[in-house]
Design a binder for this molecule. Sequence first.
Ligand code: SAM
Length: 340
Amino acid sequence: MIGLKIPKKEANRIRLILQEKSILNHEWKIRRLDDYVYIPLTQRPDAELLRDLNLLNSNLIETEFEKLQKRPQSMEGCLKGRIPPEKMDEFKKSFDIIGDVVILEIPDELEEEKYLIGEAALKFTKRKAVYRKKSEIKGVVRTRELEHLAGDDQPVTIHKEYDSQIMLNVKEVYFSPRLATERKIVTDQIKEGEIVIDMFTGVGPFAINISRRHQVKIYAIDINHHAISYLKKNIENNKLKGEIYPIEGDVRDVLNDLNIQADRVIMNLPGTAHEFLPIAIKHLKPGGIINYYQFSRDFEEPAERIKTAAKTRKVKILGQRKVKSRSPGVWHVAIDAQIS
Ligand SMILES: C[S@@+](CC[C@H](N)C(=O)[O-])C[C@H]1O[C@@H](n2cnc3c(N)ncnc32)[C@H](O)[C@@H]1O
């Protein structure tokens, strides 16, 4: 194959010009030997270019080059040639990365290729374990079934979110890395000294992010025993300015037993949070804020639900956001409401 043999000290200048002229061959490796560099070309340079480069015909050589192994730029690239092209479209490339764990969605049509896809995900993401979603998020504790595809079958991991270290078991607890920005938004709203109730805390990502940055008191409640044990580990593993009180139990029972009035209540249980609005409002100081979440097509319905639950108390909507898409037209919606 045609190439140029150039003294080492000239190589960089000439390589850049060849690249500009589009005759540098990117599919083959540039070779270095003794005081010379061998550059693969897509075509023979004409006399004018050789003159511009200060080169002679004797710099032109016929030689062997080594094929460049290109790293794929995407999982699709990784699977090219291994999965039939017509099946590529069926493969949902969206995946969640939680610490060292990758969680993928693979449709039934790709059952036979699932391990190939798992291995590609492992290689592409350089994580340690790959699981496939085997069910929707379900039940009171909001977990899903997972099928192990590649790497270690190790569901315990530490996820980093804005310098917080969140330890969890992806099979035993709910956790979504896609709420990171929302948790940052709420963390930014917090004022020093606030008393916060995190009604559905899970492994505590809201509580940990907030108390890492603010001097607050957070009552972090969850019905899932595993979630509360990971929250306790997360309290130990992070340097916190605030205090977190982890409490296992149904939030209705816990709040009935606790005589507290909060400056803020976080209600991240978007499927059924509306059922808990009356008890949240009961434990909110006048002028306190509710960070309320709901699956909805619009902002009006969740805002109405808050107003209905507040009865005679005045509600001021401070903010509203579409946090993430749940299904076509339906959003995980956030409403920040001040209740006087
Ligand atoms: C959608 S997850 C949210 C977890 C967490 N806030 C986060 O951002 O990762 C909802 C959590 O509510 C908990 N939960 C559901 N019903 C509950 C109840 N009645 N009382 C306390 N916790 C409850 C579940 O166990 C689950 O961990």
